[in-house]
Write a protein that binds this ligand. Structure first.
Ligand code: C2E
Ligand code: MG
Ligand code: MG
Length: 572
């Protein structure tokens, strides 16, 4: 039995080509071949068909094997490449392997040819299988296999991207969430198989009414989402109307007509939220309201919040979560831009809900603020952060610990005393503590904020203004506040390389803050070029995914010993 083999030969000698083909035939292969002598001919041959293997003569007058190999790899083709050469020294052999050749064979000694070909073809097949497996995994990570539509992960990725692009162009982005009515009944009465067919058909109808640049995703169950990049809420409402009309004609499933109704909720960035989680949550609230009222679609408005069952039950459950140890902290390092040392960590609360899984803080901090639950929550966080900080201190790790406060904490007259009590019971030095407050928390009631900050500062606690730049306070106002540092909001930092406006805001914030004697921390440092730019601008410290994501305490201890950003021996 012979094995067909498609062979591309980069070679100027016809005789040598014949010798090579003869050897392959002797080994049981049935080669079809093309011989090329120039880059143009090689490119044309690669365009024309698929090849199994490429042989290259090491030295030819106008074109050589190295250049052929380079050309092949530049085209991203992972075909075995074997050098065939009249003479090849050790050095050349090593150089060719380094350049990505799979093997080399000397023309005068073709004995090594067949074993090399057998081996390389086998290995190429293994690599191909690997690639296919990886593609499948990637596909499953980003697509819903039932409908072939992007899944929740894709949607969140694209939403993140659309928000960033939209804010750069000062345009809004719309998110529509849609849930079918009575889908469970379809499943129960007609069976899961027909339910699946219905979902597939709904997916196709959605796709058919939308533009190619719009994203349609299936989030699971009977929930779908549509992302309209650069769309206003009016445009989103028109699209929602079109979707509802498209769903009106009954679906034919195994010859049976099935009628489907749906509720659509719309949330728009920046009006209703500026990050993927808050937009999803708001669109969900609007969708629930649409379903409750049977009004087809609804654009989010704060007054629908009160009716959101998810929100109401979350608040009830958050109360229990505090008692039942479902909350825990992650810590994200802050790194000094000059010394590249870790100077502190920010404690960020996490909630692992027994049914909903991970609930991001964006979803429960705000309701907790509105209901007053933020008071016990912050005390719990403060206590937990303090205990962790002291454990590190005992292990000789001195890190400044930052905890986020909300406006409610700052305006609570008991708060400073409660903090003082925790400090006394836990012991340790308070100057390793920093509290982060947002501008809007201060501007809510500046006189009371000032009083609370002054009392807490008298205990040795330092303060930083969080999310600086998105609120209304001016740096001139900050001058009157006894704070130590400001954190530039990540929305400016993330885009500062591409967006000139953001770059100017970052630069002037750094300069003015330094004039006022404040330290500046940039949050949202996601890439090396942002780190470099901030460093050149004289920013003091940075925090962001480029260096590290927030992580659990045990992981942080490991990270501190392994990362290039060693530890500062003294707290700053
Ligand atoms: P924040 O205080 O400004 O915290 C920084 C947020 O940015 C964190 O999100 C963090 O994970 C995220 N982040 C860090 N580096 C990067 C980056 O390079 N790129 C991007 N895109 N994001 C980055 P997280 O933990 O989801 O917290 C969100 C917000 O929720 C916090 O913003 C804070 O306002 C609030 N929050 C979190 N934990 C607490 C807490 O313990 N108490 C209070 N009151 N609020 C909290
Ligand atoms: Mg913060
Ligand atoms: Mg922040």
């Amino acid at each position: 039995m012979t094995i067909p083999l498609r062979v591309l030969i980069v070679e100027d000698s016809v005789d040598d080509t014949d010798l090579l083909l003869r050897e392959l035939r002797l080994g049981g292969y049935e080669p079809t071949h093309e011989r090329v002598e120039t880059p143009e001919a090689m490119n044309a041959a690669l365009d024309q068909q698929m090849w199994d293997i490429v042989f290259g003569d090491y030295s030819m007058p106008h074109f050589n094997g190295m250049a052929a190999l380079k050309l092949l790899r530049e085209r991203g083709l992972d075909l075995p490449f074997i050098f065939i050469s009249g003479t090849i020294g050790e050095d050349t052999a090593v150089a060719s392997m380094k350049a990505g050749a799979n093997d080399y064979v000397i023309k005068g000694n073709l004995k090594r040819l067949l074993p090399a070909v057998d081996r390389e073809l086998k290995e190429a097949a293994v690599r191909r299988e690997h690639r296919q497996a990886e593609e499948t995994i990637r596909y499953l990570a980003y697509y819903d296999p039932l409908t072939g539509l992007p899944n929740r992960t894709s949607l969140l990725d694209r939403l993140h991207l659309a928000i960033t692009e939209g804010s750069g162009q000062k345009k809004s982005v719309a998110l529509l969430l849609m849930d079918l009515d009575h889908f469970k009944e379809v499943n129960d009465t007609l069976g899961h198989h027909r339910g699946d067919i219905l979902l597939q058909q709904v997916g196709s109808r959605l796709r058919a009414v939308l533009r190619p640049s719009d994203l349609v995703a299936r989030l699971g169950g009977d929930e779908f989402a549509v992302l309209l990049p650069l769309a206003s809420s009016q445009h989103a409402a028109q699209v929602a109307q079109k979707i509802l009309e498209a769903l009106e004609p009954p679906f034919m499933i195994d010859g049976l007509p099935v009628a489907v109704e749906a509720g659509v909720g719309i949330a728009v960035c920046p009006d209703h939220g500026t990050n993927p989680n808050s937009l999803m949550q708001r669109a969900d609230v609007a969708m629930y309201a649409a379903k409750q009222t049977g009004s087809g679609y609804i654009v989010y408005d704060t007054h629908y919040d009160r009716h959101s069952p998810r929100r109401l039950s979350l608040i009830g459950e958050l109360r229990q979560a505090i008692e039942r140890d479902q909350l825990f902290l992650h810590f994200q390092p802050k790194i000094d831009l000059k010394t590249r040392r870790v100077i502190g960590v920010e404690a960020l609360v996490r909630w692992r809900h027994p049914e909903h899984g991970f609930v991001p803080p964006d979803q429960f901090i705000e309701p907790a603020e509105q209901t007053g639950l933020i008071k016990p929550l912050t005390l719990w966080i403060f206590n937990a952060a303090r205990r962790e900080g002291l454990m590190w201190q005992q292990a000789g790790i001195h890190l400044s610990m930052s905890v986020n406060l909300s406006a409610r904490n700052l305006h609570d007259p008991h708060f400073p005393d409660q903090i003082s009590e925790i400090l006394q019971t836990t012991g340790g030095k308070p100057d390793e503590l920093e509290l982060e407050i947002t501008e809007s928390a201060i501007m809510n009631d500046p006189a009371r904020a000032l009083e609370a900050i002054t009392r807490l500062r008298a205990m040795g606690i330092r303060f930083a203004i969080d999310d600086f730049g998105i609120g209304y306070s001016s740096l001139a106002y900050l001058k009157r506040l006894p704070v130590d540092a400001i954190k530039i909001d990540k929305s400016f930092v993330i885009n500062m390389i591409e967006n000139q406006n953001d770059a100017v805001i970052v630069r002037s914030t750094i300069d003015l803050a330094h004039n006022l004697g404040l330290k500046v921390i940039a949050e949202g440092v996601e890439k090396q070029d942002i780190w470099d730019r901030l460093s050149a601008l004289g920013c003091d410290a940075a925090q962001g995914y480029y260096m590290s994501r927030p992580m659990p305490a045990e992981e942080l201890t490991r990270w501190l010993s392994d990362s290039p950003y060693g530890l500062n021996c003294r707290a700053v």
